[in-house]
Every structure is written in C-alpha cells, then in structure tokens.
Design a protein around this ligand. Structure first.
Ligand SMILES: [Zn+2]
Length: 88
C-alpha cells in the first residue's frame, strides 16, 4: 500500500525532474556536514552523504539524520552551557 502510493506520486511528476534534474530546497540542517532536502517539483526527499553527494532519503537514513540532529543539538547545548558558565 505504502509502496504503491509512493510509486504513483513519482510516476506522475518525475519525468520533469528526469529531464531537468531535481530542484532541491534545503528543508532541515542536521549539522555542518549534513542537511535534508526536498525537491520543489516532485517532493522527493534527499540527504547528502559524507562526500556531499545527494542521495535519496530512506526511512533508515531519516532515522540516522534524526539521531545526528539531536546529538548535534545536545552537543551545542552542552558547549553553550559549559562556555557560558566558564566565562563568568
Ligand atoms: Zn524532483
């Protein structure tokens, strides 16, 4: 069911992207190295690998990104908290 729905959406609009390429817009910044993107035309979600290449965002990658995102938040929070305390 889920797979059928995804395929239908892709078949409808992706011919434009296969001709012109996806028009990716950054939807979420994970950290300095990773971001999530969504194509403006066909709504394909993507992320980038460690070399900066765009790859399709699978649910597994989404989980990894989510984890990285929260780890980064935690890191930033700890750094800010630690340094603001140290400054005083
Ligand atoms: Zn597209």
């Amino acid at each position: 069911m889920k797979i059928n729905y995804l395929n239908q959406g892709m078949v409808k609009k992706s011919y434009r992207c296969s001709l012109l390429g996806h028009r990716f817009v950054e939807t979420k910044k994970i950290n300095n190295h990773f971001s999530e993107y969504e194509c403006d035309v066909c709504r394909l979600q993507a992320t980038n690998d460690y070399r900066g290449h765009k790859i399709t965002l699978t649910s597994k990658l989404k989980d990894i990104n989510e984890t990285l995102f929260y780890l980064n938040l935690k890191k930033e929070f700890v750094a800010r908290f630690y340094f603001s305390k140290k400054d005083r």
